[in-house]
Write a protein that binds this ligand. Structure first.
Ligand code: BGC
Length: 364
């Protein structure tokens, strides 16, 4: 298996693709050359749009029809989907893992078949069998969220104290830790000097986590926080790691009597530039910020990597030393996340044709 990978990098495209297909040299192998399996976590939020985009790019490049699966946010489902892709003879696996640390055994099987494994958006941990990582700078996502809170409330100049509560994502998703670290590192000095107060005392990843990125759990936690700690409505900001939670958090705030049109409405952050959140940001009616990760670029970077690999070239890597997955530093290609708020949503999202104004108007 290792031999065929080396041949891919050194040899001619045709030979390499054939050897990598993991098939005996019978008639079907050539048809499978470049066959990609895409395993995404679920259909909520960004993933479905991205799956369709990736599928289209792969087809447009003339590669075989990829196999695209969504894992229903369930680890075992994702593992059996990957097993079935391996049985079908995939040459490449592009995986956004539901549980970053549970794919070791299935990826070992994939490696035995000579499959090249690309961790998509989320690092795959605790296995030597991941070849590349393609994502955004996830630590920076958390930095941008915290910076938005600091700037909106002018925490550097005002005396405060400001009351903030923190949320983090699914601890089994490696990204959740990176987002949280980026945010906490950025807020830390204000927490130490008492300008930022987290009245719940819940400041760890473990106490702020929403398991499985389950929306309802973010609602429950926000309700509990408000009931227990903010009967006086003196909450200034909620650090929400993703739009998925942000709008639900805004709804809970409104239900508890916070006025979304007023200056005292808590600053709620987000990530992913979901269209409904962008509408809120535009209209000033709730969520105030999101982090735009141009998933078109991520899909295109994935496509370039697949093309390079099928044509026997080393793919472009821009980070070799940051993503230690417990076994090795995974060669990564990282894109930059972009801060989006009331001041620049149009420039970043409409002028770049990510959304039309009509799409934002029509968002529910
Ligand atoms: C992704 C985010 C997404 C979250 C929930 C993270 O791994 O990077 O973009 O909002 O998962 O699906």
């Amino acid at each position: 298996m290792q031999l065929s990978r080396r041949r891919l990098l050194a040899g001619s495209a045709g030979t390499a693709a054939l050897s990598l297909a993991g098939c005996s040299a019978d008639g079907d192998s050539a048809d499978l050359a470049g066959f990609v399996g895409i395993a995404l976590p679920g259909i909520t939020g960004r993933w479905e749009i991205e799956g369709n985009h990736l599928e289209r790019l792969i087809k447009d490049a003339g590669m075989p029809e990829p196999k695209l699966e969504y894992g229903e946010e369930d680890v075992d489902t994702q593992i059996s989907q990957i097993e079935s892709m391996i049985r079908d003879g995939v040459e490449f696996l592009v995986i956004a893992a539901i549980d970053s640390s549970s794919l070791g055994p299935v990826l070992a099987d994939a490696k035995d078949q000579g499959v090249t494994i690309i961790a998509y958006d989320r690092l795959i941990r605790d296995t030597p069998d991941v070849d590349y990582y393609l994502s955004f700078d996830n630590y920076q996502v958390g930095v941008l969220q915290a910076e938005h809170i600091i700037e909106s409330l002018d925490i550097s100049n005002e005396t405060g104290p400001f009351h903030v509560e923190l949320f983090s994502g699914d601890p089994e998703d490696n990204n959740a830790e990176l987002f949280f670290l980026g945010s906490v590192d950025t807020l830390e000095r204000f927490i130490y000097d008492g300008k930022v107060r987290i009245r719940s005392g819940q400041t760890e990843q473990s106490t702020t986590a929403i398991d499985g990125w389950v929306l309802e759990n973010s609602v429950d936690r926000m309700e509990d926080l408000l009931d227990e700690f903010y009967p006086e409505h003196d909450l200034d900001a909620v650090l929400s790691p993703a739009d998925l939670f942000s709008r639900a958090i805004v709804e809970v705030l409104v239900d508890h009597g916070f006025d979304p049109g007023s200056d005292s409405f808590p600053v709620v952050t987000g990530q992913d530039a979901n269209v409904e959140s962008v509408k809120d940001i535009r209209d000033g009616t709730g969520q105030a910020q999101t982090v735009f990760k141009d998933t078109r670029e991520l899909a295109e970077a994935t496509m370039r990597m697949l093309t390079d690999l099928t044509e026997g070239r080393e793919p472009e890597i821009n980070d070799r030393g940051s993503y230690d997955n417990g076994f090795k530093f995974v060669p990564a290609y990282l894109l930059e996340p972009v801060q989006v708020d009331g001041s620049n949503w149009e420039q970043v999202l409409v002028e770049s044709d990510y959304f039309t104004m009509e799409e934002i108007d029509e968002a529910a």
